[in-house]
Design a protein. Sequence first.
Length: 292
Amino acid sequence: MAKVIAIANQKGGVGKTTTCVNLAASLAAMQKRVLLIDSDPQGNATMASGVNKFNLQNSITQVLIDGKDIRECVVDKTSGGYHIIPANEDLTAAEVKLLDFLVREFRLKNALAAIVDNYDYVLIDCPPSLNLLTVNAMCAADSILVPLQCEYFALEGLTLLIDTVDQLARAVNPNLKIEGILRTMYDNRNRLSADVSQDLEQSFGDLVYKTIIPRNVRLAEAPSYAKPALYYDKNSTGTKSYLALAAEILEKDVLEAKRHAAKAAAQPKAKAHPAAPSTAPSAAAPAATPSA
C-alpha cells in the first residue's frame, strides 16, 4: 500500500508545488511508483508535469463532486515519469459544492482506496489555505510534509498548521502526523535564513529534514518548460537537493519499517493451548483370526 503524503502550508509562495513535482520526479527516478494528485485550483502542478490544464477530459473535480471512478482520471504520461490526477480552475467551484455532501471530508480518501495499492507513494499538492480541499487531502493522507521558507513569519504559520493537524488527528484521522519540515528557498547569504533554520532545528528536532532546498534559478525556470527540474537541468543544485530529499525520505521509511518489524517480533506470541483429551470411546480392536 502506498504512503500518502499531503504537501501543505496555508502560506503561499513557500514551494509546495515545486516540492510536489520535483519530489515526485525524484522518487520516480529511484524506481518508485508515484501518483501526484493536484488538489490546487491553480493547476500549477498539472502544467509543470507536462499536462495541459486547459484541455482536461477528467480531473480531480470529477472525482470529488461527480463520484467518477478515480482510475479514469489518472494521466499516466507526464514529463516526470510519474502518474498524475490533474486539476484546473474548475476545482474552485468544487469547494463550494463539497458543502452539500454529508461526509465531505472523506471524498478523496474514499475514492483513493481504489488505486492506492498500485503505488509506492501518493503526493497531494494542496492549495495555500486550510479549506475543504486541504482537509480532504489531510484526511486521505498518512502524513503532512510542510515546505517552509526561512523567514520571520514562517514559524507563526507553522504553529497554526500543526494545531490544525492535531485537531484533524483527534477528530477524523488518528494516524495523521507531520512527515517532516522542509526548508525551501534557502539563501545562505541571508543571516535571517540561518537564524530561522536554527530555530526550527531547536524547536522541532528530527522533524526537520537534513536536506535544504536552496533558492535556485533552474527550479524557477523548469515549470515554464512543463517539466521537473530533473529533466530540465539534472546537474543543477535544485535537482540535486530534491534527489537528496527523496533519498532521505526513503531512508527514513526503511528505518521506520525495521522498527515496526522489531517491535512486532518483540511482542510475546500467544501460547497454543494443549488439545483437550478426547472423550469419544476408542474403536474396538479387531478380533484375532483363528489359525487353520
